[in-house]
Structure formats: C-alpha cells, structure tokens
Design a protein around this ligand. Structure first.
Ligand code: G3H
Length: 335
C-alpha cells in the first residue's frame, strides 16, 4: 500500500480524538463489608476468557497503527531505577513530549501526540516538572515506600504530601499487602482513605501488587475496597514483583471496576503495569478494556499502561507500518 493511502486510512481510523468529556472523580463510599466478602472469582472461567483474547482481537494494517498511536497516548512513561538522574529524566520527558519520530507522526496524522504521563520517584519530580512545563503532560510519582510499602504510616503520608507539593499531580501508592493477606479490609480501607485525603487535588492510583496477593478473589476484594475508599485508579503492579501484570488479574480488576461503576456510577481508571513491553501485548490489553468496559475507558483519564520500554517497541511497529522496514531496538532509546 502506498504511504499516502496508508496515511489517509490511519487518519480516518485514528483514535486519539475521542471527545474529552469531563470526568468526575470517584468520591468513594462507606466500606461495604458484605459486598466485599460476597465477592468470588471463577478462576477457570477467567482463564478461559483470557485465552481467547490474543487470537480473536487481532487488528492489522492502518487500524493497528491507529490503535498503537492510541496506546502511546495512554502510556505512563516510566523510569524507576536506583540510578535515575535528572539527565535521564529530562531525556525521558523529551520522549514523552514527542514519542514518535516526526516523520512517523506526520505519516500517521498524529502530530502533537504525547504520552499520558511521566512516572518517576519523588526525587525526580522536580526535573520532570521542569522538563514538561507547558506540555500539559502530568507527572506521576510513586509513593508510600514504593515498592514494599513498609515504611511508617506517618512517613508514607508525608511522602505523598511532599510529592504533591513538588508538583506531582498523580500519586501511585502501594497498598499494605498484609491487610489483604489477613483479610483486614477495614485497615485497608482506612489506609487508602487517608492516602486519598493526603493527595488533595492529585489523583490517587492504588497499586495492588497483585503478584503478592495470592488469589484472584483477593485481587477482586482489594480492588473493591480501594475503590470504596476513593481510589481514582487501581493499578496491578509495581514492576518489581516476580509476577506483574497478567491478563487474568487484569480481567478480574476491570470486572471489579465494572461492578463498582454499576453500583455507584463512578468510573475508576485501570493501570496494568510491569512487564508490558511489546506492541502486540498492548493491543490485547486495549481489546480487553474495549470488551469489558467499553470506549469511555479508552482515554488517559481512565486507562494507562505503566511501562518503561513499551514505547520503543510501538515506535518500531509504527515505523514498519509507515516505511515497510524494521529498525533495531537500540534506535529507540527511552532515557
Ligand atoms: O509502573 C510501572 C512499572 O514499574 C513499569 O514496569 P516495566 O519496567 O516492567 O515496564
């Protein structure tokens, strides 16, 4: 297909232009222990459903490029390394501002496309805020003793407040896994409600660290409790657990979001994170969200990928779509 035909098809099928309706924050609700304890998950049904996703939902050509462009707009471009430096964060922010090479963005008709956010540790908020000035791209900070979440409670609250004061408008907290593992739902609710209060205007993303929760039933119950306590997003993983974002965990969480929306009218966002590094996997996640939650969730206010290396692979696939050739992965550095 000649490039101009491809370009037109992508532009017609482009998806980042969804109407940006105002999104009311989840205000939470009192802890409903009856609902929490009655929640069950049929693991084999979930696994069967997930097994059908990769084959059934493959999109090709211009549609695939359009979905990949949409995926870029939904990435929390992340660096969470002990050796992060202001220079690395500035390079990452430059990538967030212009995630696609300009000839590729032009060919797809997505000039001005940016990632959904940049996600960093507290000490890197300053350089990120400075580098993103004027771009409208939010800075997200991981918090509350990320990734284990085992520092003193007062320290975790103070960390949130410090990150908001430093300019983070999204706070990715880690929950106390022990509250889930011991079934202490009141303690989990109280913790998340306090984190939400400490966030003030910043949006609260609650990381469940699902790889450490044991069962899908507890993933569903923890998801509900976090939403009842006022989470704006529920997020799978820190990226540091041995098992991170899996489709069964994702399906369980989005069904909890759907149930909560049905009961309260509040739309809570979803962020799969950790180990999502291939464009084809991003497409499967988007298909899952479209099937289970529908189009309203496919925008940055309600869906993000937490990913440090996904963008590079997406850029390679888009380059292949536009030019017919693949470039080496090293030509798409992140930071
Ligand atoms: O929240 C984001 C994750 O830490 C990123 O994980 P990743 O490095 O496996 O993409």
């Amino acid at each position: 297909m000649p490039t101009d035909t491809k370009t037109r098809a992508v532009t017609e099928g482009r998806t980042p232009d969804l109407p940006q309706t105002a999104h009311a924050r989840n205000t939470g609700m009192p802890l409903d222990l009856g609902w929490v304890r009655a929640t069950r998950v049929n693991r084999s049904a979930v696994e069967r459903r997930c097994a059908t996703l990769p084959g059934r939902r493959s999109v090709k050509g211009a549609h695939q490029a359009a979905w990949l462009a949409r995926a870029i707009s939904l990435i929390d471009l992340t660096t969470l390394s002990g050796d992060d430096t202001p220079g690395r964060v500035r390079r990452l922010c430059a990538k967030a501002r212009q995630p696609l090479r300009s000839d590729l963005a032009t060919a797809l008709g997505v000039e001005g496309l940016t990632t959904g956010a940049v996600c960093v540790y507290h000490e890197m908020i300053g350089p990120a805020v400075e580098a993103l000035q004027g771009s409208g791209i939010p800075v997200a900070a991981v918090s509350t003793g990320f990734p284990a979440g085992l520092s003193p409670f007062a320290t975790r609250l103070a960390e949130i407040e410090a990150s908001v004061a430093a300019g983070a408008s999204e706070i990715d907290i880690v929950i106390s896994r022990r509250h889930v593992l011991t079934g202490d739902w009141q303690a989990l609710y109280d913790e998340i409600a306090a984190f939400r209060a400490a966030c003030g205007p910043a949006h609260l993303k609650t990381i469940l660290a699902t790889g450490e929760l044991g069962t899908l039933k507890d993933v569903a119950r923890a998801s509900l409790v976090c939403m009842m306590a006022g989470a704006d997003f529920i997020k799978t993983s820190t990226g540091k657990e041995p098992v991170n974002a899996t489709l069964p965990v994702g399906l369980t969480m989005v069904r909890a979001i759907r149930a909560y929306h049905g009961a309260t009218g509040h739309r809570v966002g979803f962020k799969p994170a950790g180990g999502i590094s291939k464009a084809k996997d991003a497409l499967i996640w988007l298909a899952l969200i479209k099937d289970e939650l529908g189009e309203p969730w496919l925008r940055p206010e309600l869906f993000r990928f937490g990913a440090s290396s996904l963008l590079g692979d997406i850029e390679r696939q888009i380059e292949h779509h536009v030019t017919g050739a693949y470039s080496a992965a090293w030509r798409h550095p992140m930071g």
